[in-house]
Ligand binder design. Sequence first.
Ligand SMILES: NC(=O)c1ccc[n+]([C@@H]2O[C@H](COP(=O)([O-])OP(=O)(O)OC[C@H]3O[C@@H](n4cnc5c(N)ncnc54)[C@H](O)[C@@H]3O)[C@@H](O)[C@H]2O)c1
Length: 439
Amino acid sequence: MRVAMIGTGYVGLVSGVCFADFGHDVVCVDKDPDKIAVLNNGGVPIFEPGLADLVAKNVRARHLTFTTETRDAVKNADAVFIAVGTPSRRGDGHADLSYVYAAAEEIAGFMDGYTVVVTKSTVPVGTGDAVEAIICKARPDLKPGEDFDVVSNPEFLREGAAIEDFKRPDRVVVGTDSEKARAVMRSLYRPLFINETPIVFTDRRTSELIKYAGNAFLATKITFINEMADLCEKVGANVQEVSRGIGLDGRIGKKFLHAGPGYGGSCFPKDTLAVVRTAQEAGAPLKIIEAVVAVNEARKEKMADKVVEGVGGDVSGKTIAVLGLAFKPNTDDMRESPAIAIINKLTAGGANIRAYDPEAMDEAKQILPEITYCENAYNCIDGADAMVIITEWDQFRALDFTRVKALLNTPVLIDLRNIYNPVSMARQGFKYISVGRPQ
Ligand SMILES: NC(=O)c1ccc[n+]([C@@H]2O[C@H](COP(=O)([O-])OP(=O)(O)OC[C@H]3O[C@@H](n4cnc5c(N)ncnc54)[C@H](O)[C@@H]3O)[C@@H](O)[C@H]2O)c1
C-alpha cells in the first residue's frame, strides 16, 4: 500500500517508519523544512531508541522518503494519515484542532482516486465528522463512502518504547462504518493480524473517545497512587508495598502504580484537559478526571516543597543538583515535564539549579534557559547542597555513593522516583527523602 504520513513528529515518524518496515511505501511529510532536511541527510530529529537504525534501513530499502510537499505524497496514496499536533488551546483546555483542519483541507486538494484519510492524531469526538465536512467543502466533486472515507485510528505508543509499541501493540483501534476503508486498514496492519493482535473495529466517534478514555484512566491510576503515597507518609506506611499489594490483583494490575512527581509529557496533561472540556460541553461532566487534573497540577508544587524541606526549609542561596529533566526516561521530550514546575518553584525560592539529563538538555535549554547544565551526573552533583532525582534514567540507578557523598556539600538526596532503598541510603549516611515511604 502507498501511505502518506502528514506530520513527521514522534507519532508520524514512528508510524511512518514502522509501516515502511511492514513493507508499505511511505512518504512522510512535514511543514518544518529543518526536520525534513535532517531526515534527508540521514539524521533523526528526535531521540527514540532504535529509531535511527530503522529509518536508515527503510530509506535504504526505498520504502521510506521525506518531503515538505503534501501534493506528491497525497496524490498517489491509498491511505493518508493525519499525525499533526493537537496541543491544548490557550485558555480553555480544548484540543487545538487548527493543525488537523489545515492538514485536511490541504490533503483534499490533492486526493486522486479512492483514498482513506486516517486521523492518527488524538482528536475529540466528532473531529472525524468535521474532517469529512472540510474535505467535502474543498472538493465538492468527491463523495464520502465512494471517493474517500475518513477513519479514526488513534495511536497508543509510548515515547521511549515507541517502535516496540507500534509493532507489538496491545490492540489496534479502527473507527469507521465503511467496509472499503476497513479493508484498506486491514491491509495496512496485516503483519499485526498475523500476530493475532486484537483489532477493535468500531464506529468513528467511539474510536475517538477510546483514546481519551484510555489516557484519562491511566492518568487516574497514577494520580490515585500519588495520593496514596501522601497518605502513606502521614500514617507511616510504604506506598511501594501498597502498589505491590494491590497490583497483584488481576483486576487492578501492576502498571502505572509507581508513586512519583505527577504525570507529564505531551499527552496525559492535554488529553485529560480536553476530555474534561468535551464532557462539560456535552453535559456529562467527568468529575473524577477533573479531580485528577487538579491533584496532578498541585503535585508538582508539592514536590518542590519536599526539596525545600529536605534542605532545611529554605532553598535561598542553596545549590540544588537535579538529575533528569525529561518527563520520563528514554526520551528527550520535555513537554509538560514535572521538572519544569519543580525547578521554576525552586528558582523562585532563590535556589541555584545545576541539572543533567542524558538526552533532554537541548530541549530543556529552550524552556529553562537560566539554570546551569552539566556534562554528567557527577559533575552536576559537585558542590551541591542537595541532589534531586526527577527522572529515573537507568544511569541514575547505580550511582557510586562514595563518590556522590564526597562531591556533595551535604549528603541530602531527594528521590522523587523511589529508585533507591531508604535503609541502605541511611546506612551510607545520607539524609534520604523519597515518595510515600518511611524515611
Ligand atoms: N507523542 C506521543 O507519545 C503520542 C502518543 C500517542 C498519540 N499522540 C498524538 O499524536 C499527535 C501528534 O503528536 P506528536 O507528539 O507526534 O506531535 P509533534 O509535535 O512531535 O509532531 C507534529 C508534527 O506535525 C507537523 N505539522 C503540523 N501541521 C502540518 C501540516 N499541515 N503538514 C505537515 N506537517 C505538519 C509539525 O511540524 C510537527 O513536526 C497528537 O495528536 C498527539 O496527541 C502522541
